[in-house]
Design a protein around this ligand. Structure first.
Ligand code: NAP
Length: 199
């Protein structure tokens, strides 16, 4: 099971840190190319390596964390998704204005899914601030909670297993239409709920 990361900003890096902590390998990429990631991969060696966007996109699980308006460019011209798993960690709002994007009544993950045709999209890793996500999830005598949702049960099971391996507790919120909406920022009730499951 290979993992690629598209986006090496706050969330892409936080995810890479959670993988590196338990020695899971991944290729991380951005728009500027692998040379711009030398320092990060030195810090997260040996499990995290820098690559081009196209290399990261070939993985079995592709984690996408890009500013909302830049998603179409970041996901354009990539190999066919062919049922591979894409994790949508994105929120439809961005700096500097933080004005919510008009989604025309749709759930953001459904809009996102249109950009990765043929992929099995799982919404996850979007509800916590990057600095919280990056921290050790084993805290306060329990484990930090991550929510996930998606329309493909097998894809969700793979993401749930990954969440478990990196030390979080995953909670399945159901389909993208239902769970995606609950975890959506802005609008849903779950973003920024930093929950720890004890016992
Ligand atoms: N920050 C948070 O706490 C937080 C929490 C939850 C969810 N999110 C969501 O996660 C997503 C990413 O947020 P962020 O805070 O990580 O943003 P960020 O720090 O601004 O990083 C964005 C990343 O996207 C990359 N990128 C932009 N255009 C690209 C392209 N065409 N090809 C490849 N890479 C490209 C940038 O690479 P270059 O720098 O090389 O251009 C950069 O690595 C957003 O949708 C945001 O809403 C953020």
């Amino acid at each position: 099971m290979t993992i690629g990361i598209i986006g090496s900003g706050a969330i892409g890096t936080a995810f890479a840190r959670t993988l590196a902590r338990v020695g899971i390998e991944a290729i991380i990429s951005n728009s500027r190319g692998p040379d711009s990631l030398k320092e990060l991969v030195r810090e997260l060696a040996p499990s995290i390596k820098a690559g081009r966007r196209e290399e990261a996109a070939r993985a079995d699980i592709v984690f996408v964390a890009i500013n909302w308006t830049k998603l179409p460019a970041a996901l354009a011209g990539l190999p066919d998704w062919n049922g591979r798993i894409v994790i949508d960690a994105n929120n439809p709002i961005e700096a500097p204005l933080f004005k919510p994007v008009d989604l025309k009544g749709r759930v953001s993950s459904e809009v996102f899914a249109d950009l990765v045709p043929g992929a099995r999209v799982v919404k996850a890793f979007n509800h916590l601030r990057a600095e919280v996500l990056a921290n050790n999830p084993r805290v306060d005598g329990g484990q930090r909670v991550l929510f996930y949702s998606g329309n493909d049960a097998a894809a969700k099971a793979e993401v749930a297993a990954l969440i478990d391996r990196i030390g979080f507790v995953g909670i399945d919120l159901g389909s993208l239409a239902v769970g995606g909406k609950l975890a959506q920022f802005p609008g849903g009730p779950l973003p920024n709920q930093n929950l720890v499951k004890v016992g």
